[in-house]
Design a protein around this ligand. Sequence first.
Ligand SMILES: [Zn+2]
Length: 282
Amino acid sequence: MPAELLLRRGLVDDVGDRHRRVALRPLAGRDEARLADRDDALVAQSDEDAVHEVLATCVERLGGYRDVTPVHVAALSRGDRQRLALALRALMIGDQLVLTLRCPRPDCGELADLELRVSALLDEGSTDAPAEPEWWTVDTPAGKLRLRTPTGADDEALAALAGSPAERAAAFWNRLIDADWAALDTTSRQLLARTLAGSGSLPDLTFASPCPACRALLELELNPFDLLVRELALGTDRLLAEVHCLAFHYGWSEDAILGLPRARRWRYLELLRQQLDGRPLV
Ligand SMILES: [Zn+2]
């Protein structure tokens, strides 16, 4: 069953219409096997390309689009892609998310578990929230400037940019505003940055919790792409063994097994385990 999600900005098509409603499906074993082939690259840097490919595979429908490609996903805002990654994580692995934090005080180092619900992280944007504006107009000393939120294509471009940090920042901002960043005064730049930060376009993914031993504050900023990629990669390590086990016991073909989503595969494996242990199946 696909999961539904309402994006904040969505995809803006050629005639300016918004496509915000998403139906997500879990990755099938076949998709996981394909990802496992590029596992090393994925885990090493969780590069934008790979994340867009995973998300496109799992988006069954995006508004009026039924054949969603990585290019469509790359056209979504950073916040929308983070929401997609979280929703996919919840769909494949579950709503509960337990993160382990280590106290930063060197004389303490205590570990603390932080328990989150993915649905709560998504809540603010998931009901009937109005669409986020495509452009913001910002009053600055340099005049009225237009600003938009960065998309995946902007993030991909940023990753590929060479030069000093200042040059890279200027090139990145020039994609988002209708002015020349390098020619702007400091106040105008600050106003633009503040508008983007306060736009609510990104889900709030920073968490703080007191250390159970010394009460120091443990802080964490969740990166949904790293989280998704890391958890998917953990599963792919076991994929071959799972296919072997299901093929051996049920006599199914590799192709049929790889057509199952992870949750279904794991349910059959659990049934097998129960049967082999002589426990009741229901
Ligand atoms: Zn502590």
